[in-house]
Ligand binder design. Structure first.
Ligand SMILES: [Zn+2]
Length: 677
């Protein structure tokens, strides 16, 4: 492994149109906090930057909906997000924002450099324009039908039903979200970053030179490379964003995904005049912590930008996490299905470490994971209270009781040497796991130290020995206190508030990682302070209250659902009704369509023939569970190619306003080919 002199760590900039929830915490902020706190304990030269991402269309749409300015929206959420991070112990060196003057300057200089180096292509093309609103309709200002899966609510930049990334002109039946009118095409000029030009370099850099990256990350990159990278527009016709610093570009701003990652650079500049040392030296290790939805931007687009600029180093690793679900359901801001960090901090005062522990134990490192309140309770009660808290408390209480809190002299024997040695070894293991971004394993190893301590006390039974061999008890409790002090070091990346509590009780200053496991971490004769419990048990009522809150959200959502039903369609003639040939069909085979999230390829028996249809249901049904099912289908629909597969027909699905899909099936067991009328 390369020997790096310093670290530059970035965490994905949270988008300032809403507060931060547990999914964000588990995906990005907790793992990066563990990583950086560990590096600091190792005395490494490390800088950790983050800030609010304050541009882009969703913010302007939210502002319009609420009748306020985009600035008011970002000011509100920047404060909520920043305060919540601080209280939760997310220890950025700086939490900035992309509306800062420094950021505008930095992003514009960056853009100018690329412009001067002729790294952009400038193209005039036809884009949708809403004459009523008098503006071009970028990204989410446009909704229409997806050209790939026929989903009707696709956005100008993405179809959420099939996951395809779109450009606005690809949408069928486009409508302006501002006025609902059909937009017209007008010519406009835009700046494009030709990613294809950098493909060869990026491919080698990721797939050959960085084989240590998570397979989930390099796998996604690989599929982008296979599709072939294309030029990507980096400007927009909008009035909210960083204005393009070039002539003849009035009314144009940078695409939010162009300026946002430059925010890492601006934040570093705000933090230190030495910023170039971190961004422009070969011996800096740059690590981007992100969620899986940002992989393309951090592994392909931003590195292409940095490389095109020419003076920056590229990331050494991008340890993206998968998603965290909540109680078996996808976290969703619009459905309010989330545990909001600022709400947790209000409802669970001074219980930051309990949440940090429960989330760290279930980080979605290799696959999506689920947060359950019952697991939270179990983790706190059975691990933090019963193992960690129990060991520390017993050691401290006995030291108070027998020696008035003055650490006794030890006469270290082989047992103690062995135990302290195993603690040092475990510390190395924790460090290795953290350096390899395996935070769940690291947390387990940290708890192992508490387990070693617990076992040592249980085996040596100082409370019995005090009557028969008081000299030995001195050694035992001295050792137990050394282990407690070691724990305060090893737990700090994960449980910083607990580490601080232990230091206060032990009456010691902050120590470094390598000192843990020393026999003289705290010298004999040192006096400890007041003893108090580290953790409290979580009662059933507390968990029930959280589950009730979520249940209420579910109920609110389903009552909203009634309100949001689609309006009735226009009347049709009976003859029109007879046109679709609707039949009961049997699903014979089902498999996922490669490289798609939503599509299943089905082989169905229509009674008349066996045929193939592609259906966008993969997120609602697994292939295994639907084989043999009798469902309804339109069998006389013109054949259509979907992802290269000829699909003849459409399986009917009921679609609720939350986007949940459900098959329509006959009540009784009818044979395939039965006519529906
Ligand atoms: Zn689609």
């Amino acid at each position: 492994m390369k020997n790096f002199k310093r670290y530059l760590v970035t965490s994905a900039l949270p988008y300032a149109n809403g507060p931060v929830h547990l999914g964000h915490v588990a995906g990005v902020y907790l793992p990066s906090d563990i990583y950086v706190r560990y590096l600091r304990l190792q005395d490494k030269d490390v800088v950790w930057v983050c800030g609010s991402d304050e541009h882009g269309v969703p913010i302007t749409l939210k502002a319009r909906k609420e009748g306020v300015s985009p600035k008011q929206i970002v000011d509100r959420y920047h404060k909520i997000i920043k305060d919540a991070f601080e209280e939760f112990g997310i220890s950025f060196d700086i939490y900035s924002r992309t509306s800062s003057a420094e950021h505008y300057k930095t992003a514009q200089e960056f853009f100018k450099t690329l412009e001067q180096k002729k790294e952009f292509i400038i193209k005039t093309s036809k884009q949708f324009y809403d004459p009523e609103a008098d503006m071009f309709l970028a990204d989410r200002y446009l909704q229409g039908t997806c050209p790939h899966c026929e989903h009707e609510g696709a956005y100008g930049d993405q179809c959420e039903a099939c996951g395809s990334s779109l450009s606005t002109t690809e949408l069928k039946n486009p409508k302006s979200v501002l006025t609902g009118s059909t937009p017209e095409l007008r010519e406009t000029k835009h700046w494009y970053l030709p990613l294809d030009k950098h493909q060869e370099f990026l491919e080698k850099w990721i797939l050959q030179d960085h084989k240590e990256w998570k397979p989930t990350v390099s796998g996604q990159c690989k599929s982008w490379f296979e599709k072939g990278l294309q030029a990507r527009a980096v400007s927009r016709d909008l009035n909210w964003g960083v204005p393009l610093p070039v002539d003849n570009a009035d009314g144009k701003v940078m695409y939010v995904w162009f300026d946002a990652p430059i925010g890492y650079i601006s934040a570093t500049k705000e933090l230190t005049p030495d910023w170039e040392k971190y961004w422009k030296s070969e011996d800096t290790k740059l690590v981007h912590f992100i969620g899986k939805d940002n992989i393309v931007f951090h592994c392909i687009i931003f590195p292409a930008m940095l490389k095109a600029e020419g003076s920056y180093t590229l990331p050494d690793n991008v340890p993206a996490n998968q998603f965290l679900n909540l109680e078996g359901d996808k976290i969703s801001t619009s459905r309010n299905w989330a545990v909001w960090l600022h709400e947790y901090l209000q409802e669970f005062k001074n219980k930051q470490d309990e949440l940090r522990y429960a989330v760290a134990a279930g980080l979605p490192e290799a696959r999506d994971n689920d947060f359950k309140w019952k697991d939270y309770q179990d983790r706190v009660n059975n691990e933090l209270v019963a193992i960690f808290g129990n060991f520390v408390n017993r050691s401290l209480v006995l030291c108070k009781k027998y020696y008035g809190g003055e650490i006794p002299q030890a006469n270290i024997g082989n047992d103690e040497k062995e135990i302290l040695n195993s603690i040092k070894e475990t510390g190395k293991l924790i460090g290795e796991h953290i350096e390899n971004f395996k935070f769940r394993e690291a947390l387990k190893a940290m708890m192992e130290v508490a387990r070693i301590g617990n076992k040592y006390l249980a085996d040596s039974e100082p409370w019995k020995l005090i009557k028969t061999d008081p000299e030995k008890v001195k050694t035992i409790l001295n050792t137990a206190i050394q282990i407690t002090a070691s724990l305060s070091i090893y737990c700090e990346p994960f449980l910083p508030f607990t580490a601080e509590k232990i230091r206060k009780i032990l009456n010691i200053t902050h120590k470094k990682w390598d000192m843990a496991g020393d026999a003289n971490l705290i010298p004999a004769g040192h006096s400890i302070g007041e003893v108090s419990l580290l953790f409290e048990k979580v009662e059933d009522e507390v968990i029930q209250a959280q589950l009730d809150k979520l249940m209420k959200t579910k109920e609110d959502n389903s009552s909203d659902e009634k309100l949001e039903l689609e309006p009735a369609k226009d009347k049709i003639d009976f003859d029109d009704f007879l046109k679709p040939d609707l039949r009961v069909v049997t699903i014979l085979k089902a498999e996922k369509v490669a490289k798609t999230k939503k599509l299943l390829k089905l082989e169905v028996d229509t009674g008349l023939d066996i045929r193939t249809v592609v259906s966008g249901i993969a997120e609602h049904y697994s292939p295994e569970e639907i084989i043999g099912k009798k469902v309804c289908m339109v069998i006389n629909l013109a054949e259509k190619k979907i992802r290269g597969i000829a699909s003849s027909g459409m399986v009917l699905m009921a679609n609720d306003s939350q986007g949940k899909l459900s098959f329509i099936s006959p009540q009784d067991d009818l044979h395939a080919g039965s006519v529906i009328s």
